[in-house]
Design a protein around this ligand. Sequence first.
Ligand code: GAR
Length: 204
Amino acid sequence: MSRKANIAVLVSGGGTNLQALIDAQKKGVLKSGEIRLVIASNPNAYALQRAEQNGIDRFAVSKKACGSQQEFEKQIIELLERYHIDFIVLAGFLTVLSADFTARYDHRIINIHPSLIPSFCGDGFYGLRVHEAALAKGVKVTGATVHYVNEIPDGGEIILQKAVNIRPDDTPETLQKRVMRLAEWKILPQAAELVSQKILSEQK
Ligand code: GAR
């Protein structure tokens, strides 16, 4: 069998995007890469149980327990090297990574964000807050974006986007669920496949 790109998925919470990646791997939508490792910034993240249920190696690395950003990133880098990781997927990972870290993995980190960047993104825009802001502004269309990660929060090159219509009766919760189902869970696996193919072709 031909080589696959080794993927690490970094998570902080429920891990529905991790689940979408696992499902895509099973269905063959994600075929050029394989999830080798899951790292959670929160030891109680349900995403860790999803990894366990699917036989994927998993670790919790908490910034609080590490005591500093530097030690936190050092422990993550040790794991990434141990597993020969080619690229990193941030799937609801809520700790900001330093410029040193993002430079070390230039074009080797992708992130899913629950809006159409450049709207409702950057510092402080995460999870439900993004959908609250979209509804407060009264936009009629929102969506999700997968982008490369650089030193600017949500500022890296865009890989894929998908739009989702807002309904008059939407709440932040209903909108979040629809953006996940119609956009995030589709474009994140597609982007992981595209990046896997790109990395493999560069290694030939
Ligand atoms: C997702 O909606 C993801 O787009 C968002 O957090 C949620 C994680 O859900 N990420 C951000 O807001 C990053 N700025 P999940 O743990 O069920 O995948």
